[in-house]
Ligand binder design. Structure first.
Ligand code: TXA
Ligand code: MG
Length: 379
């Protein structure tokens, strides 16, 4: 066990507070830091020993490559070769920001970073704490999300603390991440650029801002067999899963029908759980259900009625924790809070989490991607 120091940084932070962490990072220690997407677990890109520690600490499979984080364009040519003009155009428009590009790798980059691939992922975070950390460390920083492998990515410092306390020396606490979902990944190492992981920057945003056509994320890319070496290796692993079972409440323009699907979905889950655990009729056991629902739906919910109905039909007392989000501006609100809600519902030991589906367009593509990876089934 090592002592984990949590360094709180307000928006007008003094860079001097980051110096000890940056020095440790440069010399081979791991430092967790905020980015505008999610918290990252950083190591010096040139220090293989430190990078090995990332895999150990996270329990991350060795064949899942890492993203190199940069603060200045000048370093790019140390990291990548044969950089297409398109890359500069995309960076011009979207960097610094939540965009990762896959480029051909330079020989300076250790194999362990790219898990043996000939390509490397790069990104320029816009969070000032991340930028100052990279500057002070004086080297590019490789960083996966700062969670244990398989857990939801951290969007608050306490999420990182929960997973990595005692394992790393520093966590820089910059509060809540602006976006709350990981960056959009675009593969530029192929003839037709393609989105490998959807994020806040969408194919449509890219087309509108730069005229560049990128192929939209294909959901079936994640249907990957375990012996397959995929293009974005992270896709073959189960991601983002809370401990509780996650269900997706399908879209339905008919509100009463949607509410009814919610109720019967909970009822079925309890019946199934009861028969699995042989607990049928154990009325001493309470079931806790976390609901993450669009506001328009949660306004119409009558939880008292739900409780009475469920007690009658299942013999269980059901408690609810209701969290709603505003989706008037699309799915951004839902996307921003999803990982945090997963962590919160796990913290209160929910048995079941039900999240509203959103339309698969704009930010909704990324939101549904993360939700589908976490979910057991749809109701
Ligand atoms: O927003 C983000 O991107 C966050 C913050 C910390 O920057 N980072 C992040 O890293 O999400 P990680 O390691 O959790 O996810 C990186 C993803 C993985 O799915 C990995 O497979 C993919 O990027 N990746 C990395 N290098 C790649 C490469 N050369 N080719 C294809 N996919 C790659
Ligand atoms: Mg991750």
């Amino acid at each position: 066990m090592i002592n984990t120091e949590l360094i709180k940084l307000n928006p007008n932070f003094d860079s001097a507070l980051i110096v000890p962490a940056a020095t440790a990072l440069r010399s081979g220690e791991l430092v967790a830091f905020p980015t505008e997407t999610v918290y990252g677990l950083g190591a010096n890109v040139f220090c293989e020993k430190a990078i090995k520690k990332i895999f150990e600490v996270k329990g991350r499979p060795q064949d899942n490559p890492l993203i190199v984080h940069l603060s200045m364009l000048e370093y790019l040519t140390d990291i990548a070769i044969n950089i297409p003009q398109m890359a500069y155009k995309l960076l011009d428009t979207f960097a610094p920001g939540p965009l990762t590009l896959i480029l051909q790798k330079s020989d300076l980059i250790p194999e362990i970073v790219s898990a043996g691939l000939t390509t490397v992922a790069i990104r320029f975070p816009s969070d000032p704490i991340a930028q100052v950390l990279i500057e002070l460390a004086g080297v590019p920083i490789v960083a996966p999300s700062a969670n244990l492998s398989g857990k939801p990515s951290p969007t608050r410092a306490w999420h990182v603390y929960q997973d990595l306390a005692g394992k790393i020396p520093y966590i820089l606490d910059g509060g809540t991440c602006d976006y709350g979902l990981e960056s959009t990944i675009i593969d530029l190492s192929v003839t037709d650029p393609v989105i490998l992981r959807p994020g806040f920057i969408t194919a449509r945003d890219i087309k509108n801002a730069t005229g560049i056509d990128v192929v939209e994320y294909q959901a079936n890319q994640s249907d990957i067999k375990s012996d397959f070496r995929p293009k974005a290796p992270g896709q073959k692993y189960r991601h983002y899963s809370p401990i509780a079972t996650v269900l997706i409440l399908q879209e339905n323009p008919n509100l009463p029908e949607r509410l009814n699907n919610l109720l019967t979905g909970i009822e079925e889950f309890i019946h199934k759980k009861a028969s699995d655990n042989n607990l049928k009729g154990d009325i001493t056991k309470e079931i806790l259900v976390g609901l993450f629902l669009a506001e328009e739906l949660s306004k119409e919910l009558n939880l008292e009625y739900f409780k009475k109905y469920l007690y009658k039909s299942t013999c269980y007392n059901v408690r609810f924790k209701l969290e709603s989000y505003n989706n008037q501006q699309g799915a951004a609100g839902a996307a921003h809070d999803l990982f945090n809600r997963f962590r919160e519902f796990d913290r209160i030991q929910a048995d079941l989490i039900i999240c509203s589906a959103e339309q698969k367009s704009g930010t909704g593509i990324a939101y549904m991607n993360r939700l589908e990876k976490a979910a057991a089934y749809e109701i």
